[in-house]
Design a binder for this molecule. Structure first.
Ligand code: H2U
Ligand code: ZN
Length: 338
C-alpha cells in the first residue's frame, strides 16, 4: 500500500489536465542555496517618490489625482494596446503568429502607500471588489475584449515594482493559456458528465476537510489537491457563479472578507508580508453564456520553508513536470492553524 503522506506520487489537476509530482520525503534535504531577504522596510503612508500615491507624477509624466478610495488608470507601459491592427501570419503551421489587441490597466486599492489586502479595512476592500466588478464589466463589454485577466503581484520576490497596494488588469482578444486550459476542461466536464467541475470538487473538499484553510458563508479557501506552489490556495464561491459580475451584494462583502483572511494567514505563517501572485479566473467576455465556468481565484506564493527560502521552478519542473515537497494537506494544516 502506498503511503500518500510519504511516498512519491503524482496528482492530476483536472482544470489544466496537467500532473504535479509530489515527493514529501524530500522536505528533509539540506538547503545551501539562495537565501531571500523579503523584509520590506516600514513604509510611510505617503511616499513622495511613489508613482501610485495620490497627487504624484507617473513615469509617463501624467499626475495622479488626489484620489481617496480606489484609482484606475491605463498602464503607461501597456503590454497590449487597443489600436493594434488585426493580422495573422502562418508558414506551414510552423511559424504561426497573430496580432493581439487589448487594454492594460493598473488599479490602486487605496491611497495609503503602506497598506496590503491583509490590513485594509473590510469596507475599503469591498470597494476594491466593486472596482474589479466594474472593470470586468466595462472592459469585457467591449467587442474587442474576450477575456479580462485581473491579477496582483505582491512583493518584490514576485516582481511587483512597488509596495503601494495595487493590481493589474490585462484584457485581451484571445484567452490566455491557463484560461484556455480551464475553459476546455470545464466545458468538457459539463458536456460529458453534466453539472460543474468546480462545484463537484468543492463538494468533495467540503467532505474531506483536510485541504480547507478557511471559509465564510459565500467562499471557501483551500489548498488544491493538485497544488504546485508550497502554499498555493484557491478561493472559490460556494455558489455556482460564472464571474464576478454575478456576485450578490452579500457575496461581494464575503469575497473581501475571505481575501483578508487568506492574506492575513499568509502573513502570519512566516511573520513577513507574504509575497504572491494572485488572480481571478472567470467567464470569458465573448458574449456567450459560459455556464461551465465557476469563478475562482488562485494564490500562487513562492515561499517554501521560511521567509528566506523560496521554491524555484527549474530543471525537472521546467523540462518535465512541476514538483512539490510538502503535501497539500500539510500546507493546508499549517495555514489553518496559523
Ligand atoms: P507591478 O507592480 O505588478 O509591476 O504593476 C505596476 C504596473 O504599473 C506596471 O505594469 C505600470 C507598470 O507598467 N506603471 C505605469 O503604468 N506607470 C508608471 O508610472 C510606472 C509603472
Ligand atoms: Zn504609494
Amino acid at each position: 500500500m502506498l503511503d500518500w503522506k510519504q511516498d512519491p506520487h503524482r496528482r492530476l489537476n483536472p482544470l489544466t489536465r496537467e500532473w504535479v509530482l509530489v515527493s514529501p520525503h524530500r522536505t528533509q534535504r539540506p538547503w545551501q542555496g539562495q537565501v531571500e531577504t523579503p523584509a520590506e522596510s516600514e513604509a510611510p503612508e505617503y511616499d513622495p517618490e511613489c508613482y501610485l500615491c495620490p497627487g504624484n507624477a507617473r513615469a509617463g509624466g501624467v499626475r495622479n489625482p488626489p484620489y481617496d478610495s480606489t484609482f484606475v488608470f491605463d498602464n503607461d507601459f501597456a503590454a497590449l494596446k487597443p489600436d493594434t491592427p488585426l493580422d495573422e501570419f502562418n508558414r506551414e503551421d510552423l511559424l504561426v503568429a497573430e496580432a493581439e489587441p487589448g487594454i492594460c490597466r493598473v488599479v490602486c486599492f487605496s491611497p495609503k502607500h503602506n497598506l496590503t489586502i491583509a490590513n485594509m479595512h473590510p469596507a475599503d476592500l469591498r470597494k476594491v471588489v466593486d472596482r474589479w466588478a466594474q472593470q470586468y464589466g466595462e472592459l469585457g463589454g467591449r467587442p474587442l475584449i474576450n477575456y479580462v485577466q485581473i491579477f496582483e503581484n505582491r512583493g518584490s520576490m514576485m516582481g511587483a515594482s512597488n509596495p503601494h497596494p495595487h493590481c493589474q488588469i490585462w484584457s485581451s482578444r484571445t484567452l490566455p493559456n491557463e484560461v484556455a486550459k480551464e475553459q476546455a476542461s470545464q466545458a468538457a466536464w459539463r458536456t460529458e458528465r453534466g453539472g460543474c467541475l468546480i462545484c463537484r470538487y468543492v463538494t468533495l473538499e467540503g467532505a474531506a476537510r483536510d485541504r480547507i484553510v478557511d471559509e465564510n458563508a459565500g467562499f471557501v479557501a483551500l489548498v488544491p489537491f493538485w497544488a504546485i506552489w508550497p502554499f498555493e490556495t484557491m478561493v472559490v464561491p460556494q455558489r455556482h457563479v460564472t464571474a464576478i459580475d454575478g456576485l450578490t451584494d452579500a457575496e461581494r462583502d464575503q469575497l473581501a472578507d475571505i481575501l483578508k483572511r487568506v492574506t492575513a494567514r499568509y502573513d502570519r505563517l512566516f511573520h513577513v508580508s507574504f509575497p504572491y501572485s494572485m488572480g481571478f479566473h472567470q467567464r470569458p467576455t465573448d458574449g456567450a453564456e459560459h455556464p461551465e465556468w465557476h469563478l475562482h481565484l488562485h494564490f500562487l506564493p513562492p515561499l517554501l520553508r521560511s521567509a528566506t527560502v523560496r521554491k524555484f521552478m527549474v530543471g525537472y519542473e521546467l523540462l518535465g513536470t512541476p514538483q512539490r515537497d510538502i503535501t497539500p494537506e500539510s500546507a493546508a494544516e499549517r495555514l489553518r492553524n496559523t
